[in-house]
Design a protein around this ligand. Structure first.
Ligand SMILES: Cc1cc2nc3c(=O)[nH]c(=O)nc-3n(C[C@H](O)[C@H](O)[C@H](O)COP(=O)(O)OP(=O)(O)OC[C@H]3O[C@@H](n4cnc5c(N)ncnc54)[C@H](O)[C@@H]3O)c2cc1C
Length: 232
């Protein structure tokens, strides 16, 4: 790699930024990151939601001008080696890196999306980005009822964080135990005990099939439709 080589990295998450830092001045690096927030450590989002950390604690070292924040790559033209972005720019590359991470798996629940697709209903959230975290943060308050669908790492983290904020949390997990991919039965039982101690109501072998929402559902203390969505 030479310092004249143009490296375009799509994705300003941990992987993309770490690569940019490692390359340093050895190449002309541009990182395209669609999120508008300053780069952050996604792993710490549950602690931010719990109120234990402020968002700035989760910040990653500033990457400097290599990162173009709030810019989404929408098309790659391999013939002329250009990446087309949603702001109309089209940087050229010698080397292109895809570090786009993943999207939440949204289960095929009845009522999750309006017919023909669209946005998640009001009061329903995925849990992956800082925007998700801040939206949940704005919605949660003591006594609010929150249903977390999914008892994997993210569902458990979200349930714990929401309970720490005083929400009444119901967690629905389709497997027979929590975090079934990571934990054996004994460890999962300990985790269940811990969450129950925080006031989380846990339902295992509970497959959620659908949800109903009211126009202004939001996160309210009223008898709920499903209100919060954690994705395992
Ligand atoms: C709450 C939470 C807790 C977690 N805890 C742990 C943990 O304890 N341990 C662990 O190992 N992992 C954990 N993870 C998973 C970990 O965060 C991911 O494995 C890690 O973030 C992956 O890094 P990445 O850079 O590959 O992808 P990401 O962090 O997803 O970054 C990809 C970036 O690319 C951007 N992007 C996507 N498409 C485009 C495009 N077309 N144009 C421009 N930008 C684009 C996205 O907006 C995103 O910012 C957790 C995740 C979450 C959400």
């Amino acid at each position: 790699m030479t310092s004249e080589q143009r490296v375009v990295v799509i994705g300003g998450g941990l992987a993309g930024l770490r690569l940019a830092a490692r390359l340093g001045p050895a190449a002309a690096v541009t990182v395209l990151g669609e999120e508008s927030h300053a780069p952050y450590n996604r792993v710490l989002l549950a602690e931010v939601l719990a109120g234990r950390y402020t968002p700035d604690v989760a910040a990653l070292p500033a990457p400097g001008p290599v990162l173009r924040r709030g810019v989404r790559a929408v098309r790659i033209d391999r013939d002329v080696r250009r990446v087309h972005c949603d702001d109309g720019t089209a940087p050229e590359y010698d080397v292109l890196v895809l570090a786009t991470g993943s999207n939440p798996v949204l289960p095929p629940l009845r009522g999750l999306f309006p017919p023909g697709g669209g946005e998640l209903p009001e009061g329903v959230h995925a849990f992956r980005t800082m925007d998700d975290c801040l939206a949940l943060d704005a919605a949660v308050r003591p006594g609010v009822r929150a249903v977390v669908i999914g008892g994997g790492l993210l569902g458990v983290s979200a349930a714990r964080a929401l309970a720490a904020r005083g929400a009444h949390v119901v967690l629905a997990q389709q497997a027979e135990r929590l975090m079934e991919r990571q934990l054996d039965a004994d460890s999962a039982a300990l985790l269940r005990e811990h969450l129950a101690g925080l006031g989380v109501e846990i339902h295992t072998e509970c497959r959620v099939r659908g949800l109903t929402t009211t126009p202004a559902a939001g996160l309210t203390t009223a008898p709920p439709a499903f209100e919060a969505l954690g994705v395992p």
